[in-house]
Write a protein that binds this ligand. Sequence first.
Ligand SMILES: CC(C)(COP(=O)(O)OP(=O)(O)OC[C@H]1O[C@@H](n2cnc3c(N)ncnc32)[C@H](O)[C@@H]1OP(=O)(O)O)[C@@H](O)C(=O)NCCC(=O)NCCS
Length: 185
Amino acid sequence: MANAGKLIIRPMRTTDLDRIQEIERASFPVPWSRSAFYGELADNRFARYIVAQRQDEVIGYAGMWLILDEAHVTNIAVHPKARRQHVGETLLRYLMAYARSQGAAHMTLEVRVSNTPAQRLYQKVGFAPKGVRKGYYTDNQEDALIMWAELSRFDGRVDCSADERTSSGESGEQRGRKDELRGDE
Ligand SMILES: CC(C)(COP(=O)(O)OP(=O)(O)OC[C@H]1O[C@@H](n2cnc3c(N)ncnc32)[C@H](O)[C@@H]1OP(=O)(O)O)[C@@H](O)C(=O)NCCC(=O)NCCS
């Protein structure tokens, strides 16, 4: 595991998916499948996914849906051997700045009530708990904490987009599909 060297943030590519699967399986009790990621990259015009890479090795990733003025974080994970080096924080701040640059005013996510490391990360970058979704996680019926952040303090001068897809509004179908991907943010 490369722990030294420059951290590069770039858009996720389909060629990253084998490595993403490794990290995903090491990070979540109910990992997203390869095809779930592929669908996000190939078919979801609301989705933006980025990876963190050091010395040619992907060590983390994060993604969101950008819908009008709202960004919804769908996934974030860092390889266990690369944790506590501010990789997750860098990915999240990048998503926040990029969302802001695309006109999003708010960002939201769900996190397991037991997931203290992730909650600490979210609080550090400005998220606050605003509600609970009872029994949200299907594997153990754990509750989800719903957190929100205001993006107004980010200057938005970030370009991590491989193309210039635009969002035009989230349908009920779109929101439902995110929950099906894992139900585990
Ligand atoms: C949550 C996760 C992405 C954090 O990534 P990371 O790169 O290790 O986190 P960072 O090093 O960027 O930490 C940033 C801040 O978050 C907090 N934090 C992160 N991990 C923590 C831990 N284990 N315990 C306490 N605080 C923690 C700290 O405030 C830290 O800042 P500091 O180091 O200056 O104190 C990582 O633990 C992970 O992949 N977990 C498994 C997947 C997951 O749970 N994803 C979130 C789903 S909602």
